[in-house]
Design a binder for this molecule. Structure first.
Ligand code: HEM
Length: 325
């Protein structure tokens, strides 16, 4: 009994030691300009193309859900060929551009340290959400980059838009997320775009879609597969005083109105079905601040998924490659 207690204590210490290696001040002495360099670059990119903020946020999600936040999604090939990624990963060039700017900022200080691609992605995702008007959170730093990426894991772990609530809960629970976290994180779809092929089935086969909304979408998403497959629609087209790309709780209001774009969006609110997620949608739709807080805390959790730390993995120079130069 005493020895099993001791092992539990040791395990807890070990877990604390691993997470203690991530810290918001990780680059403060080695590369003090890293965070401001990332923020300035994200602000400029989102300022000229707001969708880029959405694309960076999605990249961080697709990174963290597959073998942890280790920039595996940025390695050429591999995960980039997975179902949820092929033909729909944007922002890869921008991340490399930011990486080069950050490295230059570190070098200016005559220090030979390199900021990991995984950390750049985590910070860029946060800065994107802020630039689009969403909540902020403190990003833990010190993640290292993987030396591998797995298309099989990506296919297994990334949720497809055909999932129902049970399937969504299973994928998110596998990563330690509650149903509230899952619904909050789905609220990322308050920004960005989706291609016709990802919502065509819902558009032509589901009844719980607002008729005017459906008619508008059909105009740019014809039924025959292959025609206009990649035409885009806004994931959340709630008109706001600012612009349609603002990070707000309009996504949840739209779900209440049967104006969810993806099947996996609308299943969170199937009015009358008494599903547990309906109450969560109602609460986020009614209270913007509740959504902002839930989203920020779920993003912190997401950013902490299985980081490589210490001497694990590597710090890549080029985010798409494990080559030294
Ligand atoms: C709940 C399960 C989820 C499913 C099934 C899902 C599925 C999708 C699909 C199919 C697209 C459109 C891709 C395309 O047409 O190219 C998309 C876009 C997007 N997703 Fe998700 N997603 C989920 C959760 C998340 C989460 C957790 C986040 C971030 C926290 C996120 C952020 C985004 C963003 C920002 C876009 C727009 C990207 C852009 O415009 O470039 N999604 N998602």
């Amino acid at each position: 009994m005493a020895s099993s207690c001791l092992s539990v204590v040791l395990l807890l210490c070990l877990a604390a030691a691993v997470s203690a290696q991530l810290s918001p001040t990780f680059y403060d002495s080695s590369c003090p300009g890293a965070l401001s360099t990332i923020k300035n670059a994200v602000d400029a990119a989102v300022g000229s193309n707001p969708r880029m903020g959405a694309s960076l946020l999605r990249l961080h999600f697709h990174d963290c859900f597959v073998q942890g936040c280790d920039a595996s999604v940025l390695l050429s090939g591999n995960e980039q060929n997975a179902g949820g990624n092929a033909g729909s990963l944007l922002g890869l060039d921008l991340i490399q551009k930011i990486k080069d700017l950050v490295e230059a900022a570190c070098d200016n200080n005559k220090r030979t340290v390199f900021v990991s691609c995984a950390d750049i992605l985590a910070v860029a995702a946060r800065d994107s959400v802020v630039a689009l008007g969403g909540p902020s959170w403190t990003v833990q730093l010190g993640r290292r980059d993987s030396t591998t990426a797995s298309v099989t894991l990506a296919n297994n772990d990334l949720p497809p838009p055909s999932l129902d609530v049970a399937g969504l809960n299973t994928r998110f629970a596998a990563k330690g997320f509650s149903s509230i976290d899952m619904v909050a994180l789905s609220g990322a779809h308050t920004v960005g775009r989706a291609q016709c092929k990802n919502f065509r089935n819902r558009l032509y086969n589901e009844a719980n879609i607002d008729p005017d909304y459906a008619a508008k979408l059909k105009a740019n998403c014809p039924q025959p597969t292959g025609s206009g497959d990649s035409n885009l629609a806004q994931l959340d087209d709630t008109p706001t005083p600012v612009n349609a790309d603002s990070f707000d709780n309009g996504y949840f209001v739209n779900l209440q109105l049967n104006k969810g774009l993806l099947h996996s969006d609308q299943v969170l609110y199937t009015a009358g079905a008494g599903g547990a997620t309906e109450n969560i949608v109602d609460s986020f739709a009614a209270n913007p601040e509740t959504f902002r807080n839930a989203f920020a805390s779920a993003m912190v959790k997401m950013g902490n998924l299985s980081p490589l730390t210490g001497s694990q993995g590597m710090v890549r120079r080029t985010c798409s490659s494990t080559k030294a130069n």
